[in-house]
Design a protein around this ligand. Structure first.
Ligand SMILES: [Cu+2]
Length: 125
């Protein structure tokens, strides 16, 4: 007995869906130059959360071109578990005074995963 046409069509759809999902991750990486680990974690956590949330974290890296921050952040209540990941920042000047190792409090616009406010809590030693 051979595989029915409808069954092979369904399998094709699954394979195509996987290809699209991988493409989307690559696109994010190309856009932000971020780590695959960070984006994978972010996508796993992705929710329909919208609005501004508040977090605390330590700066692990600052992207010189975009100002994007890689943060080792604590739980952001209502939005995301504790993890290390990269966030866009707007405006980029918010990163200007920061150094790797600084502990910051930040405001994040949930839907676009963008930091919109930064306050230094403790300077890097
Ligand atoms: Cu996160």
């Amino acid at each position: 007995m051979s595989i029915s046409p409808s069954r092979s069509a369904a399998m094709y759809a699954i394979v195509a869906g996987l290809a699209v999902a991988c493409g989307a991750v690559s696109w994010d990486r190309a856009l932000l130059g971020g780590s695959a680990v960070g984006f994978a974690a972010a996508r796993a956590q992705e929710t329909a959360a919208t609005g501004i949330f508040h977090g605390v974290g330590v700066v692990k890296a600052i992207d010189a071109a975009t100002g994007a921050l890689t943060l080792d952040h604590e739980e952001i209540k209502g939005f995301m578990a504790a993890m290390e990941m990269m966030y866009r920042i707007k405006p980029p000047e918010l990163s200007a005074g920061l150094r790797v190792g600084d502990k910051i409090a930040f405001d994040i616009d949930a839907a676009p995963y963008t930091i919109v406010g930064v306050k230094i809590i403790e300077r890097a030693k």
